[in-house]
Ligand binder design. Structure first.
Ligand SMILES: Nc1ncnc2c1ncn2[C@@H]1O[C@H](COP(=O)(O)OP(=O)(O)OP(=O)(O)O)[C@@H](O)[C@H]1O
Ligand SMILES: Nc1ncnc2c1ncn2[C@@H]1O[C@H](COP(=O)(O)OP(=O)(O)OP(=O)(O)O)[C@@H](O)[C@H]1O
Ligand SMILES: [Mg+2]
Ligand SMILES: [Mg+2]
Lengths: 260, 260
C-alpha cells in the first residue's frame, strides 16, 4: 500500500511543483520505486514540467473528483517515458472543481475516497498542490499520510509555514485524519543572499528545528532549464547541484518514512 | 477620479506583491500622487511587506465585500507613515469570501460597486491579487481600468500570461467591462541565467512585443531584504537596482496612462 505525500505550501513560487516532480523522478531513478505523481493544481504545471515524457489522454481528474459514482485516480494515471513513473494530470475543469466541491457533503474527503485503488498499484504517491489552502489542497492533505512543505528563505514563505501547520492540526482534530508533517524543505537557497539566509534560516531553525529536512535545495538554474525543456533535472542535467539535492532529498525522505 | 490598476498573474511568486507595493511607493515618492493599495490576497502579503509603516485596525475588507448594504473600500483604507499612501489590508475572512461570493448575484461586480467612493479620494488605486483566477482576482479585474501582469522568465509564468489575457477578453466580452492590459512586466530578471532569459525573453517578445514594459525588474536582493524588514525598497535601499527599476516603472506606467 503506497505512502501518500502531499507537497503543499500556501506561498506562491516556493518550489512545490519543482519538488514534487524531481522528488518523484529521484525515487524512481535511484530507488526503483513505482511512483504516481498527481497534479491537483488547476494550472497543470506538473504536465508542463514533464511535457517531454508524458502522453496525454484518458479520463480527466476533475471527472473522477466530481463523479457521484465511486471512481479512482488510478483510472486517470498516465504512463511516462520513465518506467515506474506515472502521472495523473490536472485538467482545466479543476478550477470549477474547486468551487463545485464547496457544497458537497464531505467535500474534503473526495480524493481520499478516490485514491484507494491507486494505493495498491504504487509504492509512493506524490500530490502537487496549488498556492492556497482551498478545497483542492484540503483534499490532498486529507488523502495524504504526510505533508512535505517547501519554503524558500523569504519572510512571506516563512510566515506561510505556520498557516499550513495550523491547517494540518485542524485536519487532525476536526476531520480525525492522521496526516503528519514529513518535513519542511528549504528551497531556492541562494549562497549570495547571506544575510537573508541567516535571518530567515535562523527563524526556521528556531521555530521548527528537527522538522526541517537536512537537505536544502540550492538555487540552481539547471532546475529552471529542465522545467523549460519539460524533463526532470535528473534526466536533463544529472550532474547539477539541483539534481544532487533532489537525489539527497529522496534518500532523506525514505529514511524518515522508515523511521516512522 | 482615480485610475485603477489590478496587479495580476496566475503564477505564484512572480512578483505581484513586490510590484504592487513598490510601484505604489514610487508613485507617491517621486510623483506626489495619492495612492491606495488594496490587498485582495487572503494571505495579506501587502501588509506583511509594509508592516513597518502601517497601523492596523478599522473595518475588515471582507466585511465590505460581503455586506448586503452598499459599502466602500474607502471605509477600510488605513493611512501609513508615508504621506499620500493608504492601504486597504486583506483580512483572514477573505478566504471564506472567495467561496461565499460564488453564489451571489453579480459576484464579479462586488468590488467594482464598492470602489466608487475610493475613486474620488485618490489619483491611483493598485490592487494586489492572489495567484489564481478566482472570485477575488475577477473582482479586481472588473473593478480595474487596467491590468498589469508581472511575469518572470520561466516557462510556467510565460504560459500563464496567455491565460490571464484570455480572462481579460472574457471580462470585456461577457461582462462588458472595459479593462485593458496596461502591460506585461518582466520581473526577477537574473543576468546569470542568460540562456533562459534569451529563450523565454524571446518568447515574450515574439508573443507580446509592444505589450511588454521597457522596464525590466532585475533580481535584486534589496527587494527581498526590504520585504523582510517591512518597508518599501525606495525607503530601505533607495540606491539599489531594485529601487531604480521601480522608479523607472512608475514613470513608464504614468507615460502609458497619459498616452491612453
Ligand atoms: N532550487 C531552484 N533553483 C532555481 N529555480 C527554481 C528552484 N526551485 C524552483 N525554481 C523555479 O522557480 C519557479 C517557481 O517554482 P515552482 O513552480 O516549482 O514553485 P511552486 O511553489 O510550484 O509555484 P506555484 O505556487 O505557482 O505552484 C519556477 O520557474 C522554477 O523553475
Ligand atoms: N526582482 C526581485 N528580486 C529579488 N527578489 C524578488 C524580486 N521580486 C520578488 N522577489 C522575491 O520573490 C518572492 C516572491 O515575490 P512576491 O511575493 O512579490 O510574488 P507574488 O507574485 O506576489 O507571489 P504570490 O503568488 O505568492 O502572491 C518574495 O520573497 C520576493 O521578495
Ligand atoms: Mg506549482
Ligand atoms: Mg503576492
Amino acid at each position: 500500500s503506497a505512502v501518500i505525500i502531499a507537497v503543499a505550501a500556501q506561498k506562491g513560487g516556493v518550489g512545490k511543483t519543482t519538488t514534487a516532480v524531481n522528488l518523484a523522478c529521484a525515487l524512481v531513478k535511484f530507488h526503483h520505486l513505482r511512483v504516481l505523481l498527481i497534479d491537483m493544481d488547476p494550472q497543470g504545471h506538473v504536465v508542463a514540467s514533464l511535457r517531454e515524457i508524458i502522453t496525454l489522454g484518458g479520463l480527466p481528474l476533475s471527472e473522477i473528483l466530481l463523479s457521484e459514482a465511486p471512481r479512482d485516480v488510478y483510472e486517470a494515471a498516465r504512463p511516462t517515458k520513465i518506467e515506474g513513473l506515472y502521472i495523473t494530470p490536472a485538467d482545466k475543469r479543476l478550477n470549477e472543481t474547486e468551487t463545485l466541491l464547496s457544497t458537497r457533503l464531505g467535500r474534503e474527503h473526495i480524493l481520499q475516497n478516490a485514491i484507494k485503488g491507486a494505493r495498491t498499484h504504487f509504492d509512493v504517491i506524490l500530490i502537487d498542490c496549488p498556492p492556497n489552502l482551498g478545497n483542492l489542497t484540503l483534499n490532498a492533505l486529507v488523502a495524504a499520510d504526510y505533508a512535505l512543505v517547501p519554503c524558500d528563505l523569504s519572510i512571506l514563505a516563512f510566515e506561510g509555514v505556520a498557516d499550513i501547520l495550523r491547517t494540518l492540526e485542524t485536519v487532525q482534530s476536526r476531520l480525525h485524519h492522521d496526516v503528519d508533517l514529513l518535513g519542511i524543505l528549504r528551497t531556492r537557497v541562494d549562497v549570495r543572499t547571506r544575510s537573508l539566509n541567516a535571518t530567515i534560516g535562523r527563524g526556521l531553525e528556531e521555530s521548527y528545528g528537527p522538522l526541517l529536512f537536512e537537505t536544502r535545495i540550492p538555487a540552481n538554474s539547471a532546475l529552471t532549464k529542465a522545467q523549460a525543456v519539460g524533463r526532470s533535472v535528473l534526466d536533463y542535467q544529472a550532474r547539477s547541484r539541483g539534481a544532487a539535492a533532489y537525489q539527497a532529498l529522496a534518500a532523506e525522505v525514505l529514511a524518515r518514512l522508515e523511521a516512522e
